[in-house]
Design a protein around this ligand. Structure first.
Ligand SMILES: *[C@@H]1O[C@H](CO)[C@@H](O)[C@H](O)[C@H]1NC(C)=O
Ligand SMILES: *[C@@H]1O[C@H](CO)[C@@H](O)[C@H](O)[C@H]1NC(C)=O
Ligand SMILES: *[C@@H]1O[C@H](CO)[C@@H](O)[C@H](O)[C@H]1NC(C)=O
Length: 240
């Protein structure tokens, strides 16, 4: 592969002899040496992970793998139970050699829009039945089996409401409007903006928008002329 041998030694030293201790309620666990994994927060860890899992690939063109750290998703768009079963077993085989697959944390979700239950056979991995769920939280977004994103909308709403509660409390004190706006942008708008596409798909966006607007009217940054008004003078204006 023509990799500089010094770089290989550097990576080897970076990965080997890593220790881990857990602190809980002031008590320490024993000191353990880690045999797998890469330290979080370093720039090289994601690259190493990508290299490590490079050969974990789908052998079926209609089976899509999404790999994100220890969260792997396999999407089946084929019309054959045998093919998905074959693919899952080939994935489980890869895991046996390289990463531990925890079957109790593995879930199956069938996406279907018709009424009634689909007839797909239950999945088994390492002689354990994989639990079938109706919604699944993947990378912070709750995906439901009818792709309504209703639960996801509710979760965003409740998260935003918690932060709006703090904003209302802060307004009782002589806090600068710019500070309130920064808080709003960081904790409320970041949630609604990031998840905007998921919110749009759901029936929830209007409700989320209205409830947020009602509980905390604030000028949008597009109107700097109002930005310096006292807090109680804010008008209802949202970037939805
Ligand atoms: C854990 O053990 C290793 C070697 O056994 C040692 O080098 C390291 O300092 C220990 N870490 C702590 C925090 O005690
Ligand atoms: C894979 O998807 C097809 C629909 O495209 C479905 O008929 C089949 O039952 C699925 N297989 C499994 C094991 O879910
Ligand atoms: C698998 O996950 C479950 C649920 O989080 C956990 O209780 C169990 O200890 C895990 N098993 C292994 C082998 O890590």
């Amino acid at each position: 592969m023509n990799v500089n041998p010094h770089l290989i030694l550097l990576i080897l030293s970076f990965l080997t002899d890593r220790h881990q201790i857990v602190k809980f309620n002031g008590h320490y666990s024993s000191n353990r040496t880690l045999s797998t994994g890469a330290p979080q927060g370093s720039v090289i860890s994601p690259i190493l992970f990508t290299l490590y899992t490079d050969d974990c690939r789908s052998s079926d063109p209609e089976m899509l793998y999404i790999k994100y750290s220890d969260d792997t998703v396999i999407i089946n768009t084929t019309n054959s139970n045998n093919r998905i079963s074959k693919e899952i077993h080939s994935f489980a085989g890869w895991c046996e050699n390289y990463l531990d697959l925890n079957t109790s944390k593995t879930k199956e979700m069938l996406v279907y829009f018709r009424r009634g239950q689909p007839t797909a056979a239950t999945l088994e991995v390492n002689r354990q039945t994989i639990e079938r769920v109706e919604e699944y939280k993947y990378l912070g977004t709750t995906i439901d089996h009818k792709l309504t994103f209703k639960t996801n909308g509710e979760l965003i709403l409740s998260k935003c409401q918690q932060y709006l509660f703090f904003l209302r409390k802060m307004r009782m004190f002589p806090v600068q409007p710019s500070v309130l706006q920064a808080f709003y942008k960081s904790f409320v708008e970041s949630n609604t903006d990031l998840q905007y596409h998921a919110l749009l798909k759901s029936s929830e966006p209007r409700r989320v928008e209205l409830r947020i607007a009602r509980s905390f009217p604030l000028t949008s940054p597009e109107r700097p002329s109002h930005a310096e008004e006292p807090a109680h003078g804010y008008e209802t204006d949202y970037r939805f």
